[in-house]
Design a protein around this ligand. Structure first.
Ligand code: XMP
Length: 511
């Protein structure tokens, strides 16, 4: 185990992901976590992240000096590096110029363990106001830049390493190599964190925990709940019941695809219950135009349907949730920076189901690891690499009132768009793309006849964290083909538009 101590830096999760990419298991903890707890976890190494404070200020985020005296290797990044120097007797000051962005770093000590195999001049990502003006006693400078005398320093005998730049950011060309060097060559981690062993161990643990108990899982067809369901089914088979609520706002054929994988014809031995609740949802949504009201109704109705099914099943011992590690961190339980998203699907469920305990088999995994675990267990790629799809589904991709007719239009248009994007190889490069139905109708002409139909909007965005996004540059030829197919194949549409808006000021979805 490597511990990432989070000082509130925006890259905290990236640090942990890079460590995991080296096949080393790590967890993120707030810098407020006590020393005894850290010692108790017996980590092989500790990484201090960046953060917004200045370590020479009164109320800055600190850690007791003893952390550096445990004999456990410590790597400080950016603020973490400054803190290490400050605590151990070095000097940190405000710099005359802020170093920001890609910067050429010159490695002074090629024999440093963390810089093993790194080029003498290497591009790194810098982002700092403060700088280390004097290293602490015992430290030696191992790298510098034109503006920064101490880009890296170390005290090999005490296994303390300070790096001013951000090796976790992809713009640091050899960053992963540096992190790999630290965890393997300094901390001596073997690199045994592999998905196959994780899956195997999890299945064994679930079996031991559940015993002969009954387990209930709400399956949405999304990546997380699918992977969790398969893991459970591998562990306990038919002791598991999966309820899949089809609210009629899924993508084209999606309900059937989920049923094909998880239903009685599929490869898994579980009790799969599909609830076709389309009519119920459409009835409740009739005449409703306001986005938040639609969201609320869909959410409430979903719970009601699930509750009715759960009642039929009766008391269960465990309820499965597809919580993943970023959910844990973002809800403030893992690291320091609590970015709570307003539209999380979690919450609510446990209150109305009669169960004893929650099982969260993916709680420790990042999204890419969840996908790897899914592939490991033989879940079809199509399901594993599914794009994020909002809980309220097409309900928030139809502007204004939702009707069965509009759902059909947007499903058909979206299926064509996805098909053409996939065929053009855009799937791997674009973060999220979909068609939406505007509530604008306009005049057109088709086969000498006047039409008065809807306009479909196409959206494609690139994003790292879904908090900000930019419209993707989809080749004109692809857009043109999609336009012509939608107009020709989807009744009720006579105009197709491409949305160029970034987020902010727009959002990714239309509502
Ligand atoms: P926005 O539209 O807020 O979307 O820029 C950011 C990401 O969140 C998804 N999204 C939702 N997911 N329930 C969800 O489960 C929702 O109500 C919801 N609204 C947006 C959206 O698909 C995108 O990935």
């Amino acid at each position: 185990l490597v511990i990432v101590l989070d000082f509130g830096g925006q890259y905290n999760q990236l640090v942990a992901r890079r460590v995991r990419e080296c096949s080393v298991y790590c967890e993120i903890y707030s810098y407020k976590t006590g020393l005894e707890k850290i010692k108790g976890m017996n980590p092989k190494g500790i990484i201090l992240t960046g953060g917004p404070s200045s370590c020479y200020e009164e109320d800055s985020a600190r850690y007791p000096r003893e952390l550096f005296e445990l004999g456990i290797p410590v790597l400080g990044l950016c603020y973490g590096a400054q803190l290490m120097m400050h605590e151990l007797g070095g000097k940190v000051e405000r710099a005359a110029v802020r170093e920001y962005g890609k910067t050429e770093v010159l490695i002074d000590r090629a024999d440093s363990k963390v810089f093993r195999g790194v080029q003498e001049k290497t591009v790194c990502w810098m982002s700092h106001f403060d700088y280390i003006s004097q290293t602490a006693p015992g430290f030696e400078v191992t790298a510098h830049t034109a503006d920064c005398p101490v880009a890296a320093a170390e005290d090999e005998s005490r296994k303390l390493y300070a790096i001013q730049f951000h090796p976790e950011v992809l713009h640091t060309a050899e960053g992963t190599k540096m992190i790999n060097n630290f965890v393997k060559h300094v901390c001596g981690c073997g690199g045994n964190w592999k998905m196959d062993t994780f899956v195997e161990n999890s299945i064994r643990e679930i079996r031991a925990k559940v015993g002969k108990g009954k387990v209930l899982c709400a399956l949405s067809g999304g990546v997380d709940s699918s992977v969790a369901a398969v893991m459970l089914s591998k562990a306990i088979g038919s002791q598991l019941t999966c309820v899949f609520v089809d609210h009629g706002l899924l993508r084209k054929n999606e309900g059937d695809e989920v049923e094909a994988v998880f239903g009685p014809e599929g490869p898994y031995d579980l009790n799969f219950i599909r609830v076709n609740a389309q009519e119920r949802f459409y009835d409740r949504l009739a005449g409703i135009e306001e986005p938040e009201e639609k969201r609320k109704i869909i959410g409430e109705e979903f719970i009601r349907v699930f509750e009715e099914e759960a009642k039929k099943i009766g008391a269960v011992d465990f309820l499965v949730q597809g919580t993943i590690y970023p959910d844990v961190v973002e809800s403030g339980l893992g690291g320091e920076s609590a970015v709570i998203k307003s539209h999380h699907n979690v919450g609510g469920l446990p209150d109305y189901v009669d169960f004893k305990e929650i099982i969260e088999p993916l709680r420790d995994l990042f999204k890419d690891e969840v996908r790897k675990a899914g592939l490991e267990m033989g879940i079809p790629e199509k399901l594993v690499f599914r794009q994020p799809f909002p809980g309220p589904g097409l309900g928030i991709r139809i502007i204004g009132e939702i009707t069965a007719e509009k759902v059909k239009i947007v499903q058909d248009a979206d299926a064509i768009y996805r098909e053409e994007m996939d065929a053009a190889g855009m799937k791997a490069t674009v973060g999220q793309y979909f068609a939406a139905l505007t509530n604008m109708r306009s005049v057109g002409v088709m086969g000498d006849e006047r039409t008065y139909d809807y306009a479909v909007a196409l959206r494609a965005v690139n994003t790292i964290d879904f908090m900000t996004a930019e419209a993707a540059e989809v080749p004109y030829a692809v857009l043109n083909k999609v336009m012509s197919r939608i107009i020709n194949e989807v009744r009720g549409v006579n105009r197709v538009m491409y949305d160029l808006t970034s987020k902010p000021p727009g959002t990714i979805e239309f509502e």
